[in-house]
Ligand binder design. Structure first.
Ligand code: NOJ
Length: 575
C-alpha cells in the first residue's frame, strides 16, 4: 500500500563515470495482471500505485512497465493504436503521470515499453496507409504485390514464404489496396517500414515526448527486427510449412544505422543518462557486444534468448532435455563475451516466459530452495538483473484446466492450428501449453491467500493460480526465510558490494556436473558462489574461510563438504 516516500541516493554514490543502470535492479510490471483498483478484473495504473511500496521495499531501482498505451489488446497491449495515450482499461495519462511521480519520489526510475517494430492495424497511420497506394502514409508499412501468376488473396500468392510468430503466413491481403502487408506477429500488428525516414522521425518524436514527460528509458520490443533485407527474400522452410524470415530481419542491413540515429536524435541531446534495453531474439554474443559497446554501442544492454531456449528444440513447442551443463555453458559464454566491453542484462522470467522455478527448478519438493538458488545464481552474475512480478515470491506455472483458461493469442492460435488444422491430440497439446504458454507468467499477482489472490474483487480476466492460498506476498513479507526476503537480501547485497556490480567473472570448475560455481573479483576481494542445481546432495570442497554472505539453508543444515539439493552459498573472501 502507498506509504511515506523514501527517497534514496544509492545511484549517486557510484563513480560518476559509470552509468547508473549498471548498479540497478529492474522490476517488470505487467499491468494487466499486477493489481486491479477499480474492480473490473483487469490490473491498472492505480493498482500499481497502490502496491508501489511492495516494489520499493524489495530495493528495486527501476520499474519497467509493459505497454499501457491505447490498444485493441489483440496482443495484450503490444499492438498499439495511440503511442501518446493510455488505454482506458489501465486508466488515464494523468494516472500515469501520478505513477511516474510516485516512482521518482521513492528514489526509483521508470521505463516504458517501446513497441515500434509494428503498430496496431487500428493505428491511424495504418488506417491511412491501407487506403490506397498514393496516400502520404502509403509507404509507412511493408506493402507488396501478390506473386505474379497467382490468384491474389489466395494461399500461395503471398509475396514470400515467411511465417508469422502467431501462426500462419506473415502476409495479409487487403483488397482496397490490392496488396499484402507484412505482419511478423499477429494480423493486427502490421510491421512499420523503418526504411522510410518519416516513420523513423515519427517514432523518435514520440520517444522524446515520453522523455519530456519524465520517463527514464525504454525497453524496446523486438528492436532488432526493424531493419529488413529490402528484397524480403524467402527463408528456409520450417516444420510449420512456412519459411523462417529471421535471417532476413533479425540483424538487417540498417540495424546499426537506425539505432545510432535513434541515439543521436532522442538521447544524445539530453543531459541525463537513460536505460535502453533492446529485446533481440536471435542476437549473438558478438552482436550484443556491438550493440552495447561502451564507445560505439547504441543501447545500454540487450535481452538475449539463448538461456531461455535451452529446453526447446528449434521451436518453443518442441521440448528438449536441458542439462545443468547446457545452462552453465550458456551463462558463462555470455558472461565472457561481454566481460571487457558491452553489458549483460540478466533475466529468468518475463511476460513471455514460463515461470523459471517450474521450468529450470523444482516447483514441488524443492520449491523454495530452487527458486532461491536460481535467483542467487542470476543476481550474482555481472550485468543488470531483472525481476518479473511474482518471481520474487517464487510464483510457479499454472495447472490450466482446459483451453478455455488460456487468454494469450500465441497459445490460442497454437492450439487452433495444432488441434483444429493438423488434428493433433488435444490433451497432448494442452500439456505442451501448460509447460510453455506465456499465460503461465500472466496470471494475477498473488498478493494474498484470499479470493482473487487480493488482485481483484471481481472475476480476474485470467484465472488465478490455485496455489495462491499458500504462495502469496502476505505470507512472505515477514517470513525471514521466504523467497521474497531472499530477493530482498540479494538486491541489498548488490547495492552494498561493488564487486557484484563491477567485479570480473570466472567459472570455477566443480567436480559435479550439477554444480554451477563461479568467482567474482575486484581489487583485493572476491566472492565465490556455489550452487547445486539438482535434487541430489553433491559432495564438493567448499572454502573453509571467508564470510557466508548468501545462503538458502540455515547455518545448522550446511554441510562442510557438500551442498544439499538446490543449495546455494556465496562466500566473501580476501584475495
Ligand atoms: C515481444 C513481446 O515481449 C511479446 O509479448 C509480444 O507478443 C511480441 N514482442 C510482439 O510485440
Amino acid at each position: 500500500m502507498v506509504g511515506q516516500p523514501r527517497p534514496r541516493k544509492r545511484v549517486a554514490s557510484r563513480q560518476m563515470t559509470e552509468p547508473w543502470w549498471k548498479s540497478a535492479v529492474v522490476y517488470q510490471v505487467y499491468p494487466r495482471s499486477f493489481a486491479d483498483s477499480d474492480g473490473d478484473g483487469i490490473g491498472d495504473l492505480t493498482g500499481i500505485l497502490q502496491h508501489l511500496d511492495h516494489i520499493a521495499r524489495l530495493g528495486i531501482d527501476v520499474v519497467w512497465l509493459s505497454p499501457v498505451y491505447r490498444s485493441p489488446q489483440d496482443d495484450n497491449g503490444y499492438d498499439i493504436s495511440d503511442y501518446r495515450d493510455v488505454d482506458p482499461v489501465f486508466g488515464t495519462l494523468e494516472d500515469l503521470d501520478t505513477l511516474i511521480k510516485a516512482v521518482h519520489e521513492r528514489g526509483m526510475k521508470l521505463i516504458m515499453d517501446l513497441v515500434v517494430n509494428h503498430t496496431s492495424d487500428e493505428h491511424p497511420w495504418f488506417l491511412k496507409s491501407k487506403q490506397d497506394r498514393h496516400n502520404p502514409k502509403a509507404d509507412w508499412y511493408f506493402w507488396r504485390d501478390p506473386k505474379p501468376g497467382t490468384v491474389p488473396g489466395e494461399p500461395g500468392s503471398e509475396p514470400n514464404n515467411w511465417g508469422a510468430v502467431f501462426e500462419g503466413s506473415a502476409w495479409h491481403w487487403v483488397p482496397e489496396r490490392g496488396q499484402y502487408y507484412l505482419h511478423l506477429f499477429s494480423v493486427k500488428q502490421p510491421d512499420l517500414n523503418w526504411d522510410n525516414p518519416q516513420v523513423r522521425e515519427a517514432v523518435y518524436a514520440m520517444m522524446r515526448w515520453w522523455l519530456d514527460r519524465g520517463v527514464d528509458g525504454f525497453r524496446m520490443d523486438v528492436i532488432n527486427f526493424i531493419s529488413k533485407d529490402p528484397g524480403l527474400p524467402d527463408g528456409p522452410m520450417t516444420r510449420t510449412g512456412y519459411g523462417d524470415g529471421m535471417p532476413h530481419f533479425s540483424y538487417g542491413p540498417q540495424i546499426h544505422a537506425y539505432l545510432a540515429e535513434m541515439r543521436r536524435s532522442v538521447f544524445e541531446q539530453r543531459p541525463g543518462s537513460y536505460l535502453t534495453v533492446g529485446e533481440m531474439p536471435g542476437v549473438t554474443p558478438q552482436q550484443a557486444r556491438e550493440f552495447t559497446s561502451r564507445d560505439r554501442g547504441q543501447l545500454a544492454m540487450v535481452f538475449q534468448f539463448e538461456h531461455v531456449a535451452l529446453d526447446q528444440d528449434g521451436d518453443k513447442w518442441t521440448p528438449r532435455r536441458m542439462t545443468v551443463s547446457d545452462l552453465r555453458n550458456t551463462l558463462v559464454k555470455w558472461q565472457d563475451a561481454l566481460a571487457e566491453d558491452g553489458w549483460n542484462s540478466l533475466y529468468w522470467n518475463n511476460h513471455d516466459q514460463p515461470r523459471v522455478v517450474s521450468r529450470y527448478g523444482n516447483d514441488t519438493t524443492y520449491w523454495r530452495e530452487s527458486a532461491t538458488a536460481l535467483a542467487g545464481v542470476l543476481h550474482l552474475h555481472r550485468g543488470t538483473p531483472y525481476v518479473y512480478q511474482g518471481e520474487e515470491l517464487g510464483m510457479t506455472n499454472v495447472p490450466f484446466a482446459d483451453i478455455g483458461d488460456f487468454r494469450d493469442i500465441e497459445s490460442l492460435k497454437r492450439y487452433a492450428e495444432a488441434v483444429g488444422h493438423r488434428g493433433a491430440d488435444p490433451s497432448a497439446t494442452l500439456d505442451t501449453l501448460r509447460h510453455k504458454s506465456r499465460d503461465n507468467a500472466r496470471t494475477p499477482m498473488q498478493w494474498t491467500g484470499g479470493d482473487g489472490a487480493g488482485f481483484s474483487t471481481a472475476e480476474p480476466w485470467i484465472p488465478v493460480n490455485p496455489n495462491h492460498v499458500w504462495l502469496n506476498a502476505a505470507a512472505q513479507l515477514d517470513e525471514p526465510t521466504s523467497v521474497y526476503n531472499f530477493y530482498r537480501h540479494l538486491i541489498a547485497l548488490r547495492h552494498r558490494e561493488p564487486l557484484i556490480v563491477d567485479g570480473t567473472f570466472e567459472l570455477i570448475e566443480a567436480p559435479s556436473e550439477q554444480v554451477y560455481a563461479f568467482r567474482r573479483r575486484l581489487g583485493d576481494e572476491r566472492i565465490e558462489v556455489y550452487a547445486n542445481l539438482s535434487d541430489e546432495l553433491v559432495a564438493l570442497c567448499l572454502p573453509d574461510s571467508g564470510e557466508v554472505i548468501l545462503a538458502n539453508y540455515p547455518a545448522s543444515d550446511r554441510g562442510r563438504d557438500s551442498l544439499a539439493p538446490w543449495e546455494i552459498r556465496a562466500y566473501k573472501l580476501d584475495s
